[in-house]
Design a protein around this ligand. Structure first.
Ligand code: KIV
Ligand code: NA
Length: 277
């Protein structure tokens, strides 16, 4: 199978075929996403939290993200693989941003990179990376890398001033050359107000149906512990299943039920005798 192409993505929007995107961080999760038939995989910097156990996405490095991205690419040939460029890897200059994006393409085989924000500097980065021949996916609304400046992890665009900002940024990100746009935690009516103005697909997360959806894999599988955001739906209980599986293994080791005969190797009497010597 060939990779889902960017023109095909635009066609899906035109034909109102919902685009399915999910995050993945390693080989087995990428294999599972591909086998489940998703259109796009995001190697999200949410991996900082869900697989590396960090407090936020801010500390994760490009080298760490590249390890995850390479594993995902090995596991998924046909979905479009989009990699988050981490906080600090694009902020200094357009040149830094292009160099970082290029690493994800050359070292990990990314099809596109995702960049948070829609302010003037961010638009300049999107233009520069696009001009270098690397497709960019935008990300506006709640942008976790700069959440502190937004007043925390909260919905954006609920007031008229922030709704104006979100709508303007959506149009500006498209004009800068992005091939798709993730909109996170924005009221559905606000998204619906600017959606008809956009030619590129809008992938929502807490932003209504839009042109498609993205969710963090560990959230939708029920691996994430504790409270999750309002926009998360759990579609499975993999966390509970995982603990139950490990606990069953531990119990059988302790009781002596595992390993059973069928999990053990046999040997000739001569081999056993020789082992005594
Ligand atoms: O890192 C991530 O998982 C993301 C999605 C939530 C859009 O950026
Ligand atoms: Na992210």
């Amino acid at each position: 199978m060939t990779a889902l192409t960017i023109p095909r993505l635009a066609e899906m929007k035109a034909q109102r075929e919902p685009i399915v995107m999910v995050t993945a961080y390693d080989y087995p999760s990428a294999r599972a996403a591909e086998r489940a038939g998703v259109d796009m995989i995001l190697v999200g910097d949410s991996g900082a939290q869900v697989v590396l156990g960090q407090e936020s996405t801010v500390a994760v490095t490009t080298d760490e993200m590249l390890v995850l991205a390479r594993a995902v690419r090995r596991g998924a040939a046909s979905p479009l693989v989009v990699c988050d460029v981490p906080f600090g890897s694009t902020e200094l200059s357009d040149e830094q941003a292009v160099a970082t994006a290029m690493r994800f393409v050359k070292e990990a085989g990314a099809d596109a990179v995702k960049l948070e924000g829609g302010g003037p500097e961010r638009l300049s980065r999107i233009r520069a990376i696009t001009a270098a021949g690397i497709p960019v996916v935008g990300h506006i609304g709640l942008t976790p890398q700069t959440a502190t400046a937004l007043g925390g992890l909260r919905a954006q665009g609920r007031t008229s001033s922030t709704a104006t900002r979100v709508a303007r940024e959506a149009l500006a990100v498209e004009a800068a050359g992005a091939i798709a746009l993730v909109v996170e935690a924005v009221p559905t009516p606000v998204v619906d107000a600017f959606l008809p103005e956009l030619a590129i697909p809008v992938i929502g997360i807490g932003a209504g149906p839009a042109d498609g959806q993205v969710l963090v894999l560990h959230d939708l599988l029920g691996i994430t512990e504790g409270r999750t955001a309002k926009f998360v739906k759990r579609f499975a209980s993999v966390g509970v299943e995982t603990v139950a599986g490990i606990a069953a293994y531990a119990a059988e080791v302790r009781s002596g039920a595992f390993p059973a005969d069928e999990h053990q190797y046999g040997a000739s009497d001569e081999a056993v005798e020789a082992a005594r010597a």
